[in-house]
Structures are given as C-alpha cells and as structure tokens.
Ligand binder design. Structure first.
Ligand code: IPM
Ligand code: MN
Length: 352
C-alpha cells in the first residue's frame, strides 16, 4: 500500500470551488492509479464565510492547517468584500504564517496552446519564476499619518532581510540545479534605483553562486525582464526575484503561456506545509456557469503531487492534461474551450 497524504482543500471564492472540484477529481484519479491515498478535508474560508460570520482566518484554523501535508487552494477575492481584506487576511496571511517563502511559478507553453507571441512556441517559452513570498513590499510594513487630510502621508516599506533573501536565492540555485536544463539563473531586480534592497540581493546572489559552480548567473532589471519575456523568452531558464516584481512578471508570464486558464503556482515551505493554487483569481463574472477553465487548478494539483514526492502520478497528470490541451480544447479562455469546466476535468481524469 502507498502512503496517505492529508490535504486541506480551500475552494474559496468565485470560480475557486468549480476549478478545485476538477483538480480534486484529477488528483484523486491519479492517486487511485498510483496506489496512494489523498485524505481531503475542506475548509470554507473566503468571502461567504466572512460576510456571514465576520471570520476571516481564525488562529485555530491556522494551527490545524499546520498539520497537513499540503494545502490545495482555489481562489480568494469576493465582489462584496472590500479589496484587501480577504487577500491580506487569508492568502497573504497563510503564506506568511506557514512561512511559505517561495512562490514557484512555471511559465510553460504546452503544445497546441495559443500564445500571443508571434513566432514563439513551446521550445521558446519554458522557464520558471522563483518569487520571494514572505517579505518585500508585501510584508505589510508602513503606515499612514494624518489620514484623510491634505497633509496625508502614506509609507509602504520593502522589507529585505539577509536571511529571507539568502534562503530564497539558495532555493532558486538549487532548483535550477535540479531542473537540469540550461542551468542559468537570472536575478531580476532594479539595482539602478532600489540601491538598498537590490544591493543586498545582488551581493547575496553572487555569494550564494559560489556554492553552485554549475549554474550560470545572469542579471536583468525588472523592466528589461518584461521586455525579454516578450522578445526572447527562450533566454530564461530560472528567474529569481522579490515579492512584488515576482507578482508582476508572473502575470506577464501567464499571458505568454496561454492565459490565466493555465497558470499555476506553489507557495512552498521546503521544510513545512506548502500550498498550491491556480494563480488566476476568483473570476466573479464566470462564477457558477461551469465555463471557467480548470486547467490551472489541475496543474496546481500536479505540482502538489510532484512536491509530495509522487512524481510518477504528477507526470501522468501532466501528460493527460497536455493531451487534452493539444487535442481537445479549442481555447484556454473561459467559455471558449468547447467543453464545460467539469467536462475538462473528466477528459483529463479519463486519460490517467
Ligand atoms: C497572486 C495574487 C496575490 C499576490 C494577491 C491576491 C494578494 O496577485 O497570487 O499573485 O499579490 O500575491
Ligand atoms: Mn498576482
């Protein structure tokens, strides 16, 4: 008998529950096929619960979540809740509390999936962004003075610690080594303007590089990174960057890999509980219509299986999803796939 993995499932808001259902369908099929067990527990965190009870993310739930092997998340963000409350109170809080200090976001164009980049295909678009996920401008440091007056001051500080920067860079070098492709790690920063933060990043980058002699190092400013991602995406193998730049460039990455319908990410604590999610958000206007593309959630499930150590099952999920994308789906966009959300899940599960 194989192992049993305890997984917390947080479907969340909007289309989250619909895509999570398909992700769960696919990974439980893979579990049966490869003889391991997924013991799933659902949590109703999100906008509905907040509107009903005022609860966002109780401390007791955080303690419970620490006991799982992994967390599978749908989407956070509700049209009837002021922006920021759920995003900061659930998603960012979970990332910080569980110290998921890496946000791993593959940018991979699969065969048959349309990219807006002319003359670029799966051979050119295949890299991974390692986004620092616990510090930077997203740590919540700062404040306001004289709010609401003409003298108002708003300060948002970017926190960059030697420890936080170094652990992220070490993860990125090691990941690049294990990925074993071009073995090139690009630091994406802004050393010409953010001369405190990216000075620390740059010095630490070249120091850590000494421990990874097989990895070629490269540097690009964040604005230039955006340019190269469109013009020459094949230059990238692994990109490492801070929290905000990582947030921004991975939306660009999602677009060149075929859209929000496919982009998945993992919030990783290499020593603790990691959380996997489609990065597209809650898509309120498509909620409940059975038209949203569940492929990103399926690929988030695939990443989860891989990081849990079930690499054969993960490979089977990827292969099946690739076949469905190449042979079946007309488009990766909501409502244009030629199939419903649940049919896409059925197609992928059926090939495992
Ligand atoms: C993402 C999202 C989140 C982030 C928001 C919703 C807090 O944009 O996962 O990229 O900025 O990290
Ligand atoms: Mn984002």
């Amino acid at each position: 008998m194989g192992k049993t993995y305890k997984i917390a499932v947080i479907p969340g808001d909007g289309t989250g529950p619909e895509v999570v259902a398909e992700g769960v369908k696919v990974i439980t099929t893979a579990a049966q096929k490869f003889s391991f067990t997924l013991d799933l527990t659902h949590y109703d965190l999100g906008g509905e619960r907040y509107n009903k009870t005022g609860e966002i993310l109780p401390d007791s739930v955080i303690s419970e979540l620490r006991q799982y092997h992994a967390i599978f998340l749908g989407a956070i963000g509700h049209p009837d809740v002021k922006p920021g409350i759920l995003e900061k109170g659930i998603l960012l809080k979970l990332r910080f509390e569980l110290d998921q200090y890496i946000n791993l976001r593959p940018v991979k164009l699969y065969p048959g999936v349309e990219t807006p980049l002319r003359d670029k295909g799966p051979d050119e678009i295949d890299f991974v962004v390692v986004r620092e996920n616990s510090e930077g401008l997203y740590a919540g440091a700062g404040g306001t003075l004289k709010k609401g007056t003409r003298d108002e001051v708003a300060i948002q500080e970017s926190i960059n610690t030697r420890k936080g920067v170094e652990r992220c860079l070490r993860y990125a070098f090691d990941f690049c080594h294990r990925r074993d492709r071009a073995k090139k790690l690009t630091l994406c920063g802004k050393t010409n303007v953010l001369t405190f933060a990216f000075d620390l990043w740059e010095r630490t980058f070249y120091e850590v590089a000494k421990d990874f002699p097989d990895i070629k190092t490269d540097y690009a400013h964040v604005d230039a990174t955006c340019m190269w991602m469109v013009k020459n995406p094949e230059w990238f193998d692994v990109i490492v960057t801070d929290n905000m730049f990582g947030d921004i460039i991975t939306d660009l990455g999602a677009m060149i890999q075929g859209g929000m319908g496919i982009a998945a990410g993992g919030n990783i604590n290499p020593q603790g509980v990691s959380m996997f999610e489609p990065i597209g958000g809650s898509a309120p206007k498509y909620t409940g219509l059975n038209v949203i593309n569940p492929m990103a959630a399926i690929m988030a499930g695939q990443m989860m299986l891989d990081i849990l150590g079930e690499s054969q099952a993960a490979a089977a999920v990827e292969k099946s999803a690739m076949k469905v994308m190449a042979d079946k789906l007309k488009s990766m966009s909501a409502g244009k796939m030629g199939y419903s959300t649940s049919q896409v899940g059925d197609l992928v599960a059926g090939l495992i």
